[in-house]
Design a protein around this ligand. Structure first.
Ligand SMILES: Nc1ncnc2c1ncn2[C@@H]1O[C@H](COP(=O)(O)OP(=O)(O)OP(=O)(O)O)[C@@H](O)[C@H]1O
Ligand SMILES: [Mg+2]
Length: 269
């Protein structure tokens, strides 16, 4: 039997963008889904996901070489085809399916849908089919949120010339947060936050982050994450969180992880 559910237009709520790292997706627990439901009481939630581990594993199986430059995957045409298949065909659909089983009204999108994400090449020579976001289709997102859907975005975009590109998911999350004037941006990843000498750094400023990158404390995939965080500070958002996903992302009403602020307070490294 075919049944239908009516669409309900909801009241205005602030927006929170939550970026989920590819490596945590197979481990999402009941606590995670509960956190999403809790967030939905106060916010319109938009999810952006990565897919690094699935892309890397498939490239390895197929014997396709792949390198990283400052945490960004160099994306040849062959690498792009696999990234697209994994992000849209596997990761996005699995996550959306799971969220819907948990009674969260998730709707899967990539940047191709209704021109959600327009991008330009960063440096085609060096990085290949890797883009940076130029424009976000706000109307689409506002409409979905007002109908109480939770958009789940795969980090693929189209250039002005109609070419398809892969964009680092952290940078997509930041662009969506900026464009939607989000109140909060949270990165959920496979580490509890920024680590230094194995210890969680609970608070950092932009200045400290820059030093951490210079001395190599922050490297690899953490580089685009902190760059994405820095790019949104002072634009309606005064702090960005990087959190782990082990249990709930909210504990006693607080997010536990690294809090990134613009502030200039002195911190020893
Ligand atoms: N100082 C640091 N503290 C914590 N993690 C760091 C640090 N420097 C580098 N990293 C690395 O950054 C990784 C997180 O970034 P990564 O890109 O791998 O994951 P993600 O962004 O959550 O997932 P995806 O890229 O699939 O979206 C950590 O697993 C760790 O290896
Ligand atoms: Mg990453």
């Amino acid at each position: 039997m075919i049944t239908s559910k009516s669409m309900q237009v909801t009241e205005h709520k602030p927006v929170i963008v939550v970026k989920l790292g590819g490596s945590i997706l197979p481990e999402l627990s009941a606590h995670f889904y509960k956190s999403m439901k809790d967030l939905q009481h106060h916010y319109h939630v938009i999810l952006v996901h990565g897919g690094g581990p699935d892309i890397t594993a498939t490239l390895k199986d197929l014997g396709i070489q792949c390198t990283f430059i400052n945490g960004q995957r160099k994306t040849t045409k062959d690498v792009f085809d696999i990234a697209e298949q994994m992000l849209k065909g596997k990761v996005n659909s699995t996550l959306v399916h799971q969220l819907n089983l948990e009674e969260i009204r998730a709707i899967g999108l990539s940047g191709y849908d209704a021109h959600l994400l327009k991008a330009s090449f960063i440096d085609k020579e060096t990085l290949g089919f890797v883009g940076k976001i130029e424009e976000v289709n706000l109307t689409l997102l506002h409409n979905l949120l007002s109908l109480n859907y939770l958009p789940v975005i795969a980090p693929l975009a189209t250039t002005g010339e109609g070419e398809r590109v892969n964009v680092n998911a952290d940078l997509v999350a930041a662009s969506v947060a900026k464009a939607m004037k989000a109140e909060k941006l949270v990165f959920v990843t496979d580490v509890p936050g920024i680590l230094k000498d194995g210890e969680l750094v609970s608070r950092v400023t932009i200045e400290v982050i820059q030093r951490y990158i210079e001395v190599g404390v922050i490297h690899g995939g953490m580089i685009p994450k902190v760059q994405a965080a820095i790019s949104v500070l002072n634009k309606h958002i005064n702090e960005v969180m990087i959190v782990g996903c082990r249990d709930s992302i909210i504990q006693d009403g607080e997010m536990i992880g690294t809090r990134i602020t613009e502030g200039k307070e002195v911190q020893a490294i």
